[in-house]
Write a protein that binds this ligand. Structure first.
Ligand SMILES: [Zn+2]
Length: 425
């Protein structure tokens, strides 16, 4: 199956943006066969079917590197900071996932929400319950999305019903790994919620799982909030800082993604970079929970790899375009802020996520040979976006308009490996 799509094309094969005003994307058996100027591609492929999508924009599928599936229904909680938001808003909802029917319904809605916002790949915090986490994997499998997830493990400091013994956590995760890891587009991520809720024995279980199985990813939280940091210092008196807790158990590595890192030291940044550990930057959540403004420049200067996460339900929804816009806006306010360009935003929203997840060989841009994971954006008729785009001539101006004004209503098509995302989960 070969087809040539014709539209304006944007992607970031390197950090810089590449765009084709009258662009072509040649797709062969679900993979990118060429990306470039339409007329040139048409000349060398005169006989193949063309899908004329002019008037809209093709972007690589968006990548969310931090999102919690059980927190779909607590979006929009206001007036709290991290630890009391967890106690009174997030964790009671996480406890409801013990009801498998409820969890299956949430998983279906969650997967649908990712797709409708143009997210084709996501690193997802599963549930504390094995059956609920399996429900997420099944919903993801049914949809065709590329999902990396794992059962959240914790043995203290939350609600008793969310705690598992390290031995039980080990058994549950091992079973899920056998059932889902490497199946189709699914991967398993070892997922301790954060150091506060993981004893040393639990962190050892995480280390053992990573050692025993090839290709697992790792995700957790770090340095989100000052009270959380103080609690980690109290619980792990031997650790020089928060990152040292994860270092001790060899959880710091390429393919490990830690969310937030708002309050961090130079030494931690140096060690994050040295170990190839990535940070999921979640600016909407940072603002909603009053966690602080992310020191992006310090991360970049230290060589720490950063991507974007929506952090549903601490954040404000599923849109990675909106998340990128919030990153831009908060950097304008940060004391040492970076002036992000539309090209930076596209990179952060796509290829940077693929690199964080060690999936850059497969997705994140339109390099030949990668999976044809793409979204098609088109301004709704009569919308402000349509009006702005009528005047937008440069690639930067078009992309700025899309990041500022395009919500899920502007996402007309979402494909993974050239196939429409299915809603039969
Ligand atoms: Zn989170």
């Amino acid at each position: 199956m070969i087809e040539l799509l014709r539209a304006t094309v944007f992607h970031t094969p390197e950090r810089a943006i590449e765009s084709f005003a009258d662009g072509g994307l040649l797709i062969c058996d679900g993979r990118i066969a060429a990306c470039g100027d339409y007329t040139e591609l048409r000349a060398t492929n005169p006989d193949i079917a063309v899908r004329d999508l002019r008037g809209g924009y093709l972007l690589p599928g968006l990548i969310d590197t931090h999102v919690h599936f059980p927190q779909l229904r607590v979006l929009g909680g206001m007036g709290r900071q991290l630890l009391d938001w967890l106690e009174f808003v997030a964790l009671p909802e996480e406890a409801r996932m013990s009801d498998v029917t409820y969890a299956c319904d949430t998983a279906r809605r969650f997967v649908r929400a990712l797709a409708s916002h143009g997210t084709t790949t996501a690193l997802v915090f599963g549930s504390h319950f094995k059956a609920a986490t399996a429900a997420l994997f099944r919903a993801a499998q049914g949809s065709g999305l590329r999902i990396v997830s794992g059962q959240v493990v914790a043995d203290r400091a939350l609600r008793p019903e969310l705690h598992r013994s390290p031995a039980d956590a080990f058994r549950d995760c091992t079973e899920l790994i056998h059932e889902f890891h490497g199946r189709g587009r699914l991967l398993f991520a070892v997922t301790p919620r954060f150091a506060v809720s993981a004893s040393e024995a639990m962190l050892e279980v995480c280390q053992t799982l990573l050692n025993e199985h090839e290709g697992l990813r790792f995700q957790t939280h770090i340095n989100e909030n000052e009270l959380e940091r103080a609690e980690v210092a109290r619980l792990f008196p031997w650790a020089q800082d928060y990152f040292a807790v994860y270092e001790r158990f060899h959880l710091t590595r390429p393919g490990a993604v830690m969310a937030h890192n708002v309050h961090t030291s130079d030494s931690e940044l140096e060690r994050l970079a040295a170990t190839g550990t990535s940070i999921a930057h979640c600016p909407c959540s940072n603002a909603m929970l009053g966690s602080g403004i992310f020191p992006l420049r310090r991360h970049i200067d230290a060589g720490v790899h950063c991507a974007l996460g929506t952090d549903v339900g601490g954040g404000t929804g599923f849109g990675i375009l909106k998340e990128a816009l919030q990153a831009y806006a908060l950097q304008r306010l940060a004391p040492d802020g970076m002036l992000l360009t539309p090209g930076h935003l596209l990179y952060l929203a796509t290829r940077a996520g693929a690199q964080a997840l060690q999936l850059e060989h497969e997705t994140g841009d339109f390099t030949v040979g990668k999976s044809a994971d793409y979204i098609y954006l088109r301004a709704p008729e009569g919308s402000p976006l349509e009006a702005v785009l009528e005047r937008a001539e440069s690639p930067d101006r078009i992309l700025s308009a899309l990041f500022t004004l395009a919500g899920s209503e502007s996402i007309a098509d979402v494909r993974v490996a050239g196939e429409a995302v299915r809603d039969d989960a």
